[in-house]
Design a protein. Structure first.
Length: 556
């Protein structure tokens, strides 16, 4: 897979992610309209987050770390790795089923673990009811990842990134169904019925089911068949188990941080309500969740798409001990990812409040400001966050999960300590607690990326550091110039059009275009070659497709 093919594959994945994320924002906005921020929204947010957290803990990180390197190595067997894949999928699927059954039975305990002790008995009961409908998602998320990683290892990247589109479509339809039955607004805890609980949380789970099942036709199109085969003796289980165990330990440490975040943000919501401080800026876990959704958008569009394509290639290079090729892919990934993450972070720092007002029309002014400030705090750490994601995949390509675990520990310690300090230091100003959580996340991301870069430098000899740093300095200079211009354009628009939602939408569009134009112009002046490395393969592909279409039309 050459670099042009990597960029084209990344573009296909990014397109799917972009559509999914746009629909995700629509879904989040409709959810906010259906269940406005407050106790009910936080209760559903916790219940719907638990299966995601458990899936990441019990399967997600392990599957992502193990499957692609193992399958690419198994592909060298006489049968192309078919028997190995059959056995791996059979054992992993059975494990997912057992785990999902166990965690669903443990729903009451899990809700109390992720919630704050200030929740009332009625709120815990409602959260448990939501969780009983949501927790089966663990199995279907796991199946989605299993099938998707098999596709990725075979070089078919698009379906894995497009499948969440189906999830969001089903979820949005379910929310509109809920609104048609139950209406909109901030619903008191006591107003929920078994029917409305099942409708809201059941359709959320149905979306995840559809997301997994839609990959089955994609597997058949690529010629992948599946047969139940039990047992892993003689198929390299020892190596896979070792990698999985260390990955599990790293994700377990990460989940400790997520539990603390959940408890801190829900406690902040309660403190704000007790202090009657909700009129300043929005608080609570629902604000954090939507801020994280915004934060993850550029990371998912570029970093995840590019690294997913590079991971397969790096795994093959690592298996062949071609260290120079691994180093080259790492450098390419860092530089091209930075191209997008630097401008994305700048865009939100310059236009954050305009963006949240434009994207979340159902929010009141306080929730809009809270969402903007929390996302800004997170965005400062976007570049190291995406870099750390790539660093982890390099270690996994070498079937080394121990080092990422050792890096994860100080990350979680920093992250959790910052969150608890935010709750303690800002108890008198609880509306700022979630902003403190965002800043803690940034500090942890910077620490993690720095440690991983140092350890990879020692392992690989070097990681093309001077070139990567020079590129990022130029990117920051170009983005800073564009950010100032974008902010000035926003100020000018609000000076003329006022502070309404239409003015915010106009400022978002105009400011983004100004930022992009100045950024690209500055990168060309500063001779940032990564702009051509990322864009030209796609342009050539588009031109080639257009030319072929014209020739076909002419022949017809």
């Amino acid at each position: 897979m050459n670099t042009a093919h990597v960029m084209r594959s990344s573009a296909v994945m990014a397109a799917g992610t972009a559509v999914s994320r746009v629909l995700g924002f629509v879904r989040a906005a409709v959810l906010l309209a259906a269940v406005s921020p407050g106790n009910s929204a936080d209760t559903f947010s916790v219940a719907n987050t638990v299966p995601n957290a458990l899936y990441i803990l019990l399967a997600g990180g392990i599957l992502n770390a193990v499957l692609v390197p193992q399958i690419t190595r198994a592909a060298r067997q006489p049968d192309g790795g078919q028997e190995y894949v059959d056995r791996l999928l059979t054992m992993a699927g059975a494990l997912l089923f057992v785990v999902t059954t166990a965690v669903t039975l443990a729903a009451p305990f899990l809700i109390q673990l992720y919630a704050t002790e200030k929740w009332t008995d009625a709120q815990v009961a409602l959260g448990t009811a939501f969780a009983l409908w949501c927790l089966p998602q663990v199995f279907w998320y796991g199946l989605y990842t299993l099938l998707g990683q098999v596709l990725n290892a075979r070089g078919s990247f698009g379906p894995f990134m497009w499948a969440p589109v189906v999830n969001n479509i089903v979820g949005i339809a379910g929310l509109f169904w809920f609104i048609s039955v139950a209406g909109t607004g901030n619903r008191p805890i006591g107003d929920w019925t078994p029917g409305t609980i099942a409708l809201l949380s059941g359709t959320a789970t149905l979306g995840v089911v559809a997301q997994a099942l839609v990959l089955i036709p994609a597997l058949k199109r690529t010629g992948v068949t599946f047969k139940l085969r039990w047992g892993m003796r003689g198929f390299g289980l020892r190596t896979a188990s070792r990698v999985a165990a260390w990955t599990f330990a790293a994700v377990l440490a990460q989940q400790v941080g997520f539990v603390i975040i959940s408890r801190v943000t829900t406690a902040g919501q309660r403190l704000a309500e007790d202090a009657n401080a909700t009129g300043t800026i929005g608080t609570g876990k629902a604000i954090y969740d939507n801020a994280f959704l915004l934060f993850m958008l550029p990371h998912s569009l570029v970093a995840v798409s590019l690294v997913t394509a590079l991971f397969t290639r790096m795994s093959v290079s690592a298996a062949d001990e071609r260290i120079d090729d691994v180093r080259s892919d790492l450098s390419l990934g860092l530089r091209v990812t930075g191209l997008a993450t630097v401008i994305s972070a700048t865009a939100f720092l310059a236009l954050g409040t305009d963006m949240t007002r434009a994207l979340f029309a159902g929010n009141n002014a306080a929730d809009t400001r809270g969402l903007a400030y929390v996302t800004m705090a997170m965005m400062v750490g976007l570049v190291p966050f995406s870099a750390q994601y790539l660093f982890q995949r390099v270690f996994y390509a070498f079937e080394d999960a121990k080092t990422p675990f050792l890096v994860q520990v100080p990350i979680v310690v920093t992250w959790s300590a910052g969150n608890l300090l935010s709750l303690w230091l800002l108890a008198d100003n609880p509306e700022w607690i979630v902003v403190g959580v965002g800043l803690s996340m940034t500090a942890a991301n910077v620490l993690g990326a720095g440690l991983s870069a140092y350890l990879l430098h020692r392992r690989l000899g070097h990681i093309d550091g001077p070139r990567v740093v020079r590129t990022h300095v130029r990117l920051v200079v170009g983005a800073a110039a564009g950010g100032v211009c974008a902010w000035l354009s926003s100020v000018a628009i609000h000076g003329v059009a006022g502070d309404g939602r239409m003015a915010a939408m106009t400022a978002t569009v105009v400011g983004s275009l100004v930022l992009l134009g100045v950024y690209v112009a500055m990168l060309r002046v500063l001779h940032v070659t990564e702009l051509e490395e990322a864009v030209l393969p796609l342009v050539r592909r588009r031109r080639g497709t257009t030319t072929a279409a014209r020739r076909g039309a002419h022949s017809a």
